[in-house]
Design a protein around this ligand. Sequence first.
Ligand SMILES: Cc1cc2nc3c(=O)[nH]c(=O)nc-3n(C[C@H](O)[C@H](O)[C@H](O)COP(=O)(O)OP(=O)(O)OC[C@H]3O[C@@H](n4cnc5c(N)ncnc54)[C@H](O)[C@@H]3O)c2cc1C
Length: 393
Amino acid sequence: MTYHDVTILGGGPAGLAAALSLEAQGLSVAVLERAPQGPWAEPAFDGREIAMTHHSVSILKSLGAWEHIPQVAISPLREARIETGRSNHPLTFDTQGRGVDALGYLVSNHCIRRSLYLAASRRPGISLLAGTSTRHLRRIGDEMTVVHDRGEITCRLAVGADGRFSQIRRLQRIGAVMHDFRRAMLVCRMAHDVPHHHVATQWFDDGQTVALLPVNGGASSIVLTLPVEQIERLRTLDRDAFNAEIMERVGRRLGNMRLVSTRHAYPLKAVYAHRFAAPGFALVGDAAVGMHPITAHGFNLGLKGQESLAEEVGAGLARGESPGSLSVLRRFERRHRLATMPLFAATNGIATLYTRDEPAFRVLRRAGLRVADAVAPFKSMVTGLLMDRQRAA
Ligand SMILES: Cc1cc2nc3c(=O)[nH]c(=O)nc-3n(C[C@H](O)[C@H](O)[C@H](O)COP(=O)(O)OP(=O)(O)OC[C@H]3O[C@@H](n4cnc5c(N)ncnc54)[C@H](O)[C@@H]3O)c2cc1C
């Protein structure tokens, strides 16, 4: 049996960020990750390009992770366009008048994971345990015991960070609202002849949704949303046929296109936990709030959540309260609910409105874009939300 102040269950980007933030509060932290050491430390490309706000970048800088991301892997996002159907009236967002050169930054998920792992592995107060699965959690008095397949850890706070289909959430008997969009996303990188000028496009076409995310090196990340069976067909389609089909699907707007990465598919299921806190226990990352990727906020909110948790734990320590005290964790829960609930609901609404093909939905979304583009305060608010420059470096 070993002791750490905090045990994090799940060493993904949210769990590792939480470990770094809580260690910075002077706590000793263990991180238990199910994956073996190799892929944990050096994760492979998984197709996800994460659009990060300015606030998220400032968090990664303060955690010592940003410096481990190679400059060439950071692609600035200068403008975002939203289009619907074949009508030529896009809604656009840019940085004009905001004193910065980018709305946000695109970084591959595996680079973010690697940078956080590297930062955590250099902290004396963090122990990283790879290849370790949690069996159950027990609370006795003020302590939590985490029973895993290689032994036991006692701690004052256990944090569930094992992703949206969280087993730890179930072990703690915390329910969740789950929204199944009955669609999947195919993601991959493609090189192309026509330059993207660092403009991202989200196109809600009839029968499909396509996002083109501009990355460095004359390439874009393609994010295609379709019914599950069609995504599976495309994922395994022969390369030449795949290139030809994607060129057609994006309306040939990027010229000749060539697949330059592996292809990955993700089911579209959004999750919101009924509670984020229990005595001696908290949920962070997708285990707490698993967003539909359409508004690119999942990881940004995961970073905010772990930041709120560490700040509330730090404030509690200053008052002499334990990191696992329910009053400390309830403060975190309130903050995180306020930060996430409106966006979660709005994102699900947008995802439904923009992916249904009945005539009423088509008319509504075209009208919605025209109105939104004409209302300057609305555009300004959305741009502010996309950038999230609160306390940015
Ligand atoms: C296609 C796509 C595009 C996206 N784009 C964006 C974007 O542009 N912007 C944005 O902010 N977000 C985006 N997201 C969301 C973002 O990827 C997630 O929010 C983020 O990866 C969640 O991190 P996490 O650490 O909570 O969970 P995960 O990344 O799922 O990590 C969970 C970790 O826990 C481990 N684990 C699982 N079970 C156990 C267990 N029982 N015991 C121990 N370890 C366990 C897993 O091996 C894994 O390492 C996107 C998501 C997708 C699918």
